[in-house]
Design a protein around this ligand. Sequence first.
Ligand code: NAD
Ligand code: RM4
Length: 253
Amino acid sequence: MALTGKVAVVTGASRGIGRAIAMRLADEGAMVVIDHPGDDDAADAAVDAIRQQGGEAIAVKADVSSAQDVDVLFAETLKQYHTVDIMVNNAGICPFVDWFDLTEELWDRVHGINLKGAFLCSRRASTIMRDHQHGGRIISVSSISALVGGGLQTHYTPTKAGVRSLMQSLAIVLGPYGITCNSILPGSILTDINREHYRDQAILERDRKRIPLGRLGDPKDIAGVAAFLASEDARYITGSDILVDGGLFVNLQ
Ligand code: NAD
Ligand code: RM4
């Protein structure tokens, strides 16, 4: 119970990696705000699952790419739990698309959710942490895609590099306030974001074989790292990132 009494906001937490992070932070004693973009049933189910384990959580509907919605997210958080100690920027989308079919509208939507969303939430959370003078943790779910390209992800990889870079710059700005800012770089984790892509067994098998640990990741593989970065044990880590990819990145030759 490393996080007893802490308040955590996790974006895009009704499913996948965000849900696993929310569950794990709640297991560690945190009160968790489950942000979702209108995924009411899944968000309510995540809240129920946390409460059944004796934890504390609420769900708030807010599209992270909208400044107004983000204001609602933090107003609800303050109303219910009075502060924010841990901000997890997790919400993200990646509709796999050929470069020549990529539209300006899709480019803007992916940037709005993945990168601007992290900006809006980090700005609000860090302002509260600074004003309440208790420090804090900002943890962003970037990606291995911050380090390498993706042929069907030309709109997406720049957002993940951007999120990682945002955490590096914020580490400098927010260090004096006792706020650490770090990124997690997951490799390939089987979730809704890539389920359709991996329906092609040939692609699934090709990617699995590239991973030295022999399997795609599970959301829980990421949740444990988020809990560590949120904990007191990670107090001297900032501006850093942790690659959680089963060895995929180093397997080049
Ligand atoms: P997912 O599709 O299961 O989860 C994405 C979540 O983001 C969903 O809960 C969705 O409702 C939410 N979301 C979408 N648009 C939103 C919006 N406008 N406002 C708020 N929430 C919104 O996929 P996932 O794999 O769990 O993805 C979570 C994060 O992990 C993403 O940022 C993704 O880029 C990153 N990531 C995933 C992988 C992977 O292989 N699955 C690898 C690296 C990084
Ligand atoms: C990740 C990474 C994964 C992919 C998801 C959608 O950042 O590129 O391989 O499955 O995005």
